[in-house]
Design a binder for this molecule. Structure first.
Ligand code: XMP
Length: 513
């Protein structure tokens, strides 16, 4: 398979490079900068990308690469730090920047070239750097400049090595995708296309081999896309030797346990539902601190899962493997730039593996969220799961400000169901990244018949986001807000006021707690 390797120097944008390349149908993988030339040759990539990074090439602990990599005759694109390192390693001169340049800048092309094909003479680009290149290495030519820097893009005369000072992988560089495509298809001459869903059979075959010796295999299913897709893949490989467990914490959305069970039955998987509602409510009694809520829920989840695993192991006569729905973003976020291969445990079952001594299998660890969705759809998992909005691990507990009680969860579940129903009916479910209701710990006065009453206040929250890191509040049309509000106050006894959250992230977070 035609592959591009991305050597990661620690930029916050490295993940975006990998995503952007894969979105072009080219398989890309992030690797640590310590990778050896021999290993690169063994993997025979069609191209290499040197990512950006926060360091200065002169810093004592700055990441470097083996210089023999430049001689492999594989096309290389250096981005930001990657470009500076290339210039520095090959005899150019990198100047310590007097000031950081961060933000939009105008690229001015001074020499036409394959990499910049399709760009106008002036293009907007996104910069984020401290150092800059004063002198190019010999045998390099300058392709573009900006008002601030003389060398904003460079190329080796043999056409194999490229450097750009700006970031093509961010949305603020409008022609960034065109530049990446030029690199992939014209410089690296990649023609084999990669589509995650085409690899379903291959993943299943690999799982069959990997799990051949396992007596039984356990997976914790949350009803979300990652764990559901992982469960169906493994089920296709080993059938009912897979035991999917679903823990009902009592903090789920209305009807969620039933809905998930039904969907899985249709896919041929029999979910073991563990009713742990009472245990979670008992843990949460009297707790109002958000962090303590999260910790208690996390710890109880592990206890319940562990007990259930032990019980099941006795019942079926041995469980050897735990499957986790870890995806690529989890892997690279926790691995870090220096390549330590530490894996973040799935937030819902963190801490489990060590104590239970299961072998861990993660069939989705090479895939981004969108790719998992494509695989899920190919497996026949319904859109209601595959395209569902994100839902936090601690469930509705982070949407109830103050103490979490069964009564308050019940109110919120029904309010939330109305919000979701109306958004769906309005055809906005796909347009809004996340939408839900929050129960507030205040009472507000209301006129009910001839008397006064004090009822619950709920907030409606809707946000637009790409990855949850930042978010804009979403302007739900007034008529739909009105319908949501009147339905809530009419249908849910005890709720007398509905407010609309119009804060973006930052400064607010998406969830209230
Ligand atoms: P915040 O509230 O931090 O949320 O802006 C960003 C995204 O993460 C989700 N979220 C969580 N997901 N466990 C999760 O699995 C959690 O504890 C948690 N807290 C927030 C949130 O729904 C949003 O999509």
């Amino acid at each position: 398979m035609d592959t591009v390797l991305i050597l990661d120097f620690g930029s916050q944008y490295t993940k975006l490079i990998a995503k952007a390349v894969r979105e072009q149908g080219v398989y890309a993988e992030i690797v640590p900068p310590e990778i050896s030339p021999e290993e690169i040759q063994r993997r025979a990539p069609k191209g290499l990308i040197l990512s950006g990074g926060p360091a200065s090439v002169y810093a004592p602990d700055a990441p470097h690469i083996d210089k023999r990599i430049y001689e492999l005759k594989i096309p290389i694109l250096g981005i930001c730090y990657g470009m500076q390192l290339m210039a520095h390693d090959l005899g150019g001169q990198v100047l310590r920047g007097e000031r950081r340049e961060y933000g939009p800048s105008t690229l001015q092309i001074i020499q036409r070239d394959t990499l910049l094909e399709g760009l106008s003479e002036h293009e907007e680009v996104w910069m984020s750097h401290g150092d800059e290149i004063r002198a190019l290495p010999t045998d390099f030519v300058c392709l573009a400049k900006t008002a601030n820097i003389a060398h904003a893009a460079m190329k080796s005369r043999d056409g194999l090595l490229y450097g750009i000072q700006f970031h093509p992988e961010v949305a603020h560089t409008p022609k960034g995708t065109a530049i990446l495509k030029n690199f992939l298809f014209k410089v690296c001459r990649i023609h084999e296309r990669w589509h995650p869903a085409d690899h379903v059979q291959e993943i299943i075959e690999r799982l069959k081999e990997e799990l051949a010796g396992a007596r039984h295999v356990l997976i914790g299913v949350s009803g979300g896309v990652d764990s559901s897709t992982a469960a169906v893949l493994v089920h296709r490989a080993i059938g009912d030797r897979l035991i999917p467990v679903f823990i009902d914490t009592g903090l789920l959305r209305l009807g969620e346990a039933e809905r998930t069970t039904t969907v899985f039955e249709r896919l041929g998987l029999h979910l073991r539902v563990v009713d742990a509602r009472a245990r979670f409510f008992s843990q949460l009694r009297g707790v109002t601190d958000p962090e303590e809520k999260r910790q208690r829920i996390g710890a109880e989840f592990i206890r319940v899962f562990e007990e259930e695993a032990q019980r099941l192991a006795r019942e079926v006569g041995g469980i050897d493997v735990l499957v986790q729905g870890t995806i690529y973003s989890d892997v690279i976020e926790s691995a870090g730039a220096r390549g330590a291969d530490k894996i973040k445990s799935h937030h819902n079952v963190g801490g489990l593996p060590e104590r239970l001594r299961f072998k861990i299998v993660e069939p989705l660890r090479n895939f981004f969220k969108d790719e998992v969705r494509q695989i899920g759809l190919r497996l026949g998992i319904p859109e209601e799961i595959v395209c569902e909005q994100p839902f936090p691990g601690p469930g509705l507990a982070v949407r109830i400000v103050g103490e979490v009680t069964p009564e308050r969860v019940n109110v919120l579940q029904r309010v939330d169901a109305i919000v979701r129903e109306e958004i769906y009916r309005a055809g906005l479910a796909r347009a809004i990244w996340q939408y839900f209701a929050v129960l507030l710990p205040v009472r507000s006065v209301a006129v009910l018949g001839d008397g006064r009453a004090y009822g619950h206040v709920v907030a409606v929250r809707a946000v637009d986001s790409r990855d949850g890191m930042t978010a804009d509040w979403f302007p739900i049309p007034y008529d739909i807000l009105e319908r949501i509000s009147s339905r809530i106050t009419n249908e849910i006894e005890g709720v007398t006021r509905v407010v609309y959250d119009i804060t973006s992230k930052p400064p607010a977070t998406i969830e209230w707690e």
